[in-house]
Design a protein. Sequence first.
Length: 194
Amino acid sequence: MPLLVGRLAGLGSLGLCAGCTQSALVGRIADGGPPVGDAAPLIEDASPGYVDGKLHAHAVFDYVRSIYWFGGDNDPTRLEVYIYQDAATCSELSTPGWVTKVRPTDLMGIIVGGTTPGTYTVAPEKPPRPGNAYIIHEIDQAAPVIDSIGETGSVVITSVKPGVSVVGTLNATFSTGTLEGAFTSTWCATGVGL
């Protein structure tokens, strides 16, 4: 039986789910468990994180298969994390123009103006100033790509292990909706940002 990894906390969690398809939620309700509103358990699906919510009137990220912390831009003043719905490899993401190599997929870029654990304020500026975070979501099914830029919210970095991983959460409002998520990234020393 898959490992039990968490519980939805009553009605507070349901607001995020309103309007989403069940496939947009990472995990699934355990067989025989109580209804979602009564704190149903979630089942681990070996995902390195999740992103949930709606942009452009549809649910995003049916699942998350790859999350990388990029080092290829060689900027020691920031952390740059990319979340992919479909599996991607570090080598695919190590040359400019990699977006066409990972189609079709939803993806999200998170750049924080800092390199330590803490809370970073989402602002629509790239690169972000120290203490801020820049978030871009791309609906990348085919050209032209539809970009959405985070306007408000926060990115919380809970762990930074140099050369290994960055762990954190996000909660951001965009002009067309909101997204919430969590991530555990894998270091990609040669990955280059958008």
